[in-house]
Ligand binder design. Structure first.
Ligand code: CP
Ligand code: NVA
Length: 308
């Protein structure tokens, strides 16, 4: 079993992972160590604060040994193939996480690895992030079904995973992006095939009105740096600010996977305001990572209480 796309999980899997993450949260420092004697390879082609640290701490607190592997310092950087890297790592470790530029790298890793492969962000999806987002939404609203999500900004990797998750969990999503930056048709089709009805709009106000959850992310993802000037020009009004938040539901919360570019996609006022849940969301990265690792690498892997 791999976690390459959030759609590798069904509704029950997601609910079980959130429940497990909540249990790890409640019992931090007292829970068991299902990863004792196991190692996790963490390949990073791109920088990371939350993903790297939450995975490392989570693996360590579960009794496992996390190995941070900068792609440029592996023989990958000198031309060893992804397939051979996957085969060799599988002889040493019990799971591989990878943060990559191209989603196809993850697919190749998964094809040739003998151990679970987990997407730690690609240009196409960010499933670990969305599990933490779902946990955060459940903490705020008690359940996910029927929630109205408004995504403001780039139809990027995080947005893709949220669109799919909305379909899986019975949530409604409206995505407001500048023309040319909407989510790709392939993701929208996949969401529809999962039973979702994602709405794509161009006005931020349209996505925000009545929403329970407003979500945004950087206008310039890792890998998009060459487009910075153009993106700064077109994304200007795709910002979660107090005026936009005022259009959302009375109990609405604001999420951002971070790192935030304060004053661009989100204002200080919202980030630091009473509706912000962004730091709970960041914390939940650790709890959901524990849930994922306990499921994929733990003693009861393939049975017991984890998703199958
Ligand atoms: N949200 C997230 O994935 O953050 P990092 O890039 O710091 O890992
Ligand atoms: N969309 C952003 C997310 C960073 C966590 C990126 O890919 O850079």
């Amino acid at each position: 079993m791999n976690l390459i796309s959030i759609a590798d999980l069904g509704r029950e899997d997601v609910l079980r992972l959130i429940q497990s993450a909540e249990a790890f949260r409640a019992r931090r420092g007292q829970h068991g160590q299902p990863l004792a004697g196991k190692s996790l390879a963490m390949i990073f082609e791109k920088p990371s604060t939350r993903t790297r640290i939450s995975l490392e701490v989570a693996a360590w607190e579960l009794g496992g040994h996390p190995l941070y592997l900068s792609a440029g310092e592996l023989q990958l950087g000198r031309g060893e193939t992804i397939a051979d890297t996957a085969r060799v790592l599988s002889r040493y470790v019990h799971a591989i996480t990878a943060r990559v530029y191209s989603h196809s790298t993850l697919l190749q890793l998964a094809e040739h690895a003998q151990v679970p492969v987990v997407n730690a962000l690609s240009d196409w999806e960010h499933p670990l992030q969305i599990l933490a987002d779902l946990q955060t939404m459940q903490q705020s609203f008690g359940s996910l079904e029927g929630l109205d999500i408004g995504w403001i900004g780039d139809g990027n990797n995080v947005c893709n995973s949220l669109i799919l998750a909305s379909a899986i969990m019975g949530m409604n999503i409206a995505v407001a992006s500048p023309p040319g930056y909407s989510p790709r048709e392939r993701i929208l089709e996949e969401a529809r095939a999962l039973g979702g009805s994602p709405r794509v709009v161009t006005e931020p106000e349209e996505a925000a009105r009545g929403a329970d959850v407003l979500v945004t992310d950087t206008w310039i993802s890792m890998g998009d740096e060459a487009e910075e000037a153009e993106r700064l020009r077109v994304f200007g009004r795709y910002q979660i600010n107090s005026q936009l938040l005022a259009l959302a539901g009375e109990e609405a919360i604001a999420l951002h996977c971070l790192p935030a570019h304060r004053g661009q996609e989100i204002t200080d006022e919202v980030m630091d305001g009473p509706r912000s849940r962004v730091f709970d969301e960041a914390e939940n990265r650790m709890h959901t990572s524990k849930a994922v690792m306990a499921w994929l690498m733990g003693e009861r892997q393939g049975g017991g209480d984890g998703p199958r």
